[in-house]
Design a protein around this ligand. Structure first.
Ligand code: EPU
Length: 337
């Protein structure tokens, strides 16, 4: 375990932004993590997982601890379900493919989401009608100050839309080291409720999809809309879809009857931010090396050498323009550092 100084984080963030860490260390076991935390009690620390949900706008004046814990296994099963545990540093998509290869159901709709397993609970990742809260059992986490381990069960995590306790009450206090999911072994709950999936399966004449078929459909949809971070720097959806009170939404909807929306509760409505941004004309626009993706307006991209500040400036312009046109405030989903 070697601490390196002035370490470039360009290959450790999916936006591909050039920024340095004052110090950097990768940890490969719980013991290494404990030692590093004990030995650097008074240092400022920054925890880095897969770097897929952050925008670096400056150098990090801290000890960056990269969580590189590996391993995945079945820990328990009965006739219908299996409990699988993954260490935090596993690549999410590789983990999903492993569950599908084993015919374990529940994660297939979340195929190809960038990032590592350990960060998935932080923002309750989700796609195509499924969120991890639907199969999440618990996670183990180390308290940064005391190095004690704690188990957070599903209820304690307070999951919401791209929300959890780790973004709120215990923000910056814990490092998630492993996660347990409860998946189906048979009678899989195939979820094709999301229109795009049905269309993709129909295109391939699949009427009774397997887990693999759903995963393949999701992969095809994502590849057609979302840029591959290896080819074009990005962090997935940069913004959250805004949730509005129905009473507020109705006033706006009268002015813009073509506005898309989904009911999320009796009193609330979710509006696709991608649609709002597209209406402002930002979709596909490029400003130097920073821009708004041509196929999905929720995604901001780095064409090569954009700085975090340049991408941040585009995001602010987008927020301002959407607000001026619709009176709706869209919030960043990505952590701006
Ligand atoms: N839309 C537009 N223009 C766009 C983008 C979207 O008009 O440029 C419209 C679409 O036509 C559609 C609606 O907006 O009617 C929703 O679009 P889409 O199905 O692409 O989903 P999204 O709401 O834009 C969310 C998640 C994605 C996730 C997809 C699929 C958020 C912030 N984003 O996007 O998650 O993959 O649903 O479930 O909730 C991520 O978080 O990084 C991410 C990619």
């Amino acid at each position: 375990m070697e601490i390196q100084s002035n370490f470039s984080l360009k290959n450790y963030n999916t936006f591909g932004i050039e920024a340095n860490a004052k110090q950097f260390v990768a940890v490969h076991s719980i013991n290494e993590l404990k030692t590093i935390l004990e030995e650097n009690k008074n240092e400022k620390k920054f925890i880095l997982g897969g770097g897929s949900n952050m925008l670096l706008t400056k150098d990090i004046d801290a000890l960056v601890i990269h969580i590189d814990l590996k391993g995945k296994k079945t820990i328990k099963e009965d006739d219908d379900f299996v409990w699988v545990e993954s260490q935090a540093g596993e690549t999410w998509h590789d983990f999903v493919l492993w569950t599908i290869d084993n015919n374990f159901g529940g994660l297939e709709n979340m195929s190809l989401i960038p990032g590592n397993v350990g960060t998935t609970p932080v923002q309750n990742i989700g796609a195509y009608g499924t969120e991890i809260k639907d199969t999440f059992v618990s996670c183990e986490a180390m308290n940064i100050a005391t190095q004690e381990m704690k188990t957070f069960d599903n209820a304690e995590c307070n999951f919401g839309y791209r929300e959890s306790i780790f973004k709120n009450e215990v923000k910056d206090q814990y490092i998630i080291t492993s996660v347990i999911f409860k998946l189906t072994k048979r009678n899989h709950k195939i979820n094709t409720s999301y229109g795009d999936i049905l269309a993709e399966l129909a295109k391939n004449n699949i009427s009774e999809p397997t887990l693999k078929d759903v995963s393949n459909a999701v992969i095809a949809i994502r590849q057609s809309k979302l840029p591959d971070p290896k080819e074009l720097g990005n962090s997935g959806s940069f913004f959250k879809n805004p949730i509005l009170l129905k009473s507020d939404f109705e006033k706006i909807h009268q002015k813009f009857p073509e506005m898309k929306f989904y009911e999320v509760s009796e009193t609330e409505v979710k509006v696709p931010a991608g649609w709002l941004i597209e209406q402002t004309g930002f979709k596909g626009k490029r400003f130097g090396d920073a821009g708004v993706h041509k196929n999905q307006a929720l995604v901001l991209v780095n064409y090569g050498n954009a700085t975090g500040q340049e991408i941040l400036a585009v995001s602010k312009e987008v927020q301002k323009t959407v607000f001026e046109k619709f009176g709706i405030q869209i919030e960043a989903e990505v952590n701006v550092i």
